[in-house]
Write a protein that binds this ligand. Structure first.
Ligand code: GLU
Length: 493
């Protein structure tokens, strides 16, 4: 059987970073097993549908480079892949369960249900519509067949509920958590189908996983409580269930509690891949998709050795469910920044410039080859491509000079020294080591410490004491520009 895994987002809003990790793990496992990765949009809950969310989710996947073999736009042999386009399918299966005694009609009004809930709450309990009380409620188990029939014919609103077996231990297996048993009396008779002609998540999800031949269901921990019901649904339909794996929670940066949108706002980091309304996404914040994937890959899984830096292909090769952890994974922005910096280290300079230019235009007048050469001087310091904006001195005359640096390092004799150094520099071959040696020789000749010339050179060339090594900088700028900058500094300071 060919492995087939799906990511099944509901378009109820933007994709949370936890959802991105779920998609990634599904992709990694699917590809590791030489299988297919499918995106199925679960849009049956009309009340929670958000305009634009599906598009957003698919665009996020595209930006990240997580490519599906089958999805709503691409199609595929077992589609459609949007549940709202599969409405007719679910009705049939809901009726089948009713016919076989695995499900029943319920006519309780929402007011009645609210009353039951409130009543139970007053007594410090939780109302469960299930094996222990359903015979006393308004449904086809308590009504006669003809009463049920006439309710339906008279157009009374109904739902179809799953009939949880009474007092049974059900045993199921989760690839991450191992064996789990649940007593059915703790479960409720979940609604499977509503009279608006729409299935609920549980029915549509199980039916589609079966029809789409899904072999592994990998999803967030929040769905673990549904696994008992899903296991029973597979039994009721007499279908072989897929393997299940529930992924650990993503935790706040403090390690305490589930990561939420508000943590992002408070900690100044995105929680969505792309911007959504006023929330800035990772893309817009200047992160590289490779870095985000690498970072998320290790939030709940590890390859079993110390390897941290991995491309998507490497993660595919190494991925296995047996190394997915049970405990929550702490979100750590520093770590993400580190991955982003590493990603840039691994890109060639032309690619860095290309990515930079997609987002920034301040160096539009600088020739491409100069930009590319400039990148090699500061590459190691970049966390994001946008950080190139902090190195304008590579391409432009400094606009000002940092006061504190000048006060400390620019002495009365500085201009004279710099001019003398310039003269020596004229005859130095164009290479950083040669420049380095020239500085060294100059200091020896004049019997001065290196700082006496290095610091003022930096001030004249950069405008501050920051920047790459002076020899590399001089070599990059070339003698003419160096002379120009020294002359201007001597004039201004
Ligand atoms: N539509 C569900 C969600 O939004 C899918 C859960 C599952 O993968 O079964 O998370």
């Amino acid at each position: 059987m060919q492995p087939r895994l799906r990511f099944a987002p509901s378009p109820t809003g933007p994709l949370h970073i936890g959802g991105v990790r779920t998609a990634l793990y599904n992709f990694l496992l699917a590809k590791n097993l030489n299988g297919k990765f499918i995106i199925r949009v679960e849009d049956t809950d009309q009340s929670r549908y958000v305009e634009g969310a599906e598009e957003y989710i698919l665009q996020s996947m595209a930006w990240l480079g997580i490519e599906a073999d089958e999805d709503p736009n691409k199609g595929g042999l077992l589609g459609p892949y949007r549940q709202s386009e599969r409405k007719e399918i679910y009705h049939k299966y809901a009726l089948e369960l009713v016919a076989q005694g695995w499900a029943y009609y319920a006519f309780d009004s929402s007011e009645d249900l609210t009353n039951y809930r409130e009543q139970a709450e007053k007594e410090g309990e939780r109302f469960l519509y299930g094996p222990l009380n359903r015979k006393g409620l308004n449904n086809s188990l308590s009504l006669s067949e003809s009463e049920t029939q006439s309710q339906i014919e008279n157009g009374k609103d109904f739902v179809i509920r799953f009939k949880i077996p009474e007092n049974k231990e059900i045993l199921f297996h989760d690839e991450v958590r191992g064996e789990i048993t649940v007593n059915t009396n703790t479960l409720d008779d979940k609604v499977l189908y509503k009279s608006d002609g729409m299935p609920t998540y549980h029915l549509a999800n199980v039916v589609d996983d079966h029809l789409m031949k899904i072999t592994h269901v990998v999803r967030g921990e929040e769905w673990l409580p549904s696994l008992a019901l899903h296991t029973l649904l597979y039994q009721a339909f007499q279908w072989t269930p897929p393997l299940f794996a529930h992924l650990p929670l993503l935790l706040k940066p403090t390690g305490k509690g589930k990561l939420s949108k508000r943590d992002g706002e408070a900690g100044g980091f995105p929680v969505f891949p792309l911007s959504w309304n006023e929330s800035v996404g990772y893309k817009e914040a200047g992160y590289e998709p490779e870095a985000l994937l690498n970072f998320l890959g290790l939030l709940g899984w590890n390859p079993g050795d110390d390897t941290e830096e991995m491309t998507l292909e490497e993660m595919v090769r190494k991925f296995s469910l047996s190394r997915v952890q049970k405990s929550g994974a702490r979100f750590d922005l520093e770590k993400l920044n580190w991955f982003n910096a590493q990603t840039l280290q691994n890109l060639n300079n032309t690619e860095i410039v290309a990515r930079y230019k997609k987002r920034n235009n301040i160096y539009d007048a600088v020739p491409e080859s100069v930009l590319v050469a400039g990148v090699s001087l500061v590459k190691e310091r970049l966390i994001k491509v946008d950080d190139l904006n902090d190195h304008q001195y590579l391409f432009n005359q400094p606009e000002s000079y940092e006061e504190r640096a000048v006060k400390k390092q620019w002495k009365a004799e500085t201009p004279q020294l710099l001019q003398a150094f310039l003269e020596d520099l004229m005859s130095v071959p164009k290479s950083s080591p040669a420049v380095k040696k020239a500085i060294h020789d100059f200091c020896e000749k004049h019997e001065i410490g290196m700082g006496k010339i290095m610091a003022p050179l930096r001030i004249a060339l950069v405008g501050s004491l920051q920047g790459p090594s002076v020899d590399e900088l001089i070599n990059f700028l070339g003698v003419d520009v160096v002379k120009q900058r020294i002359d201007i500094a001597c004039e201004k300071l």
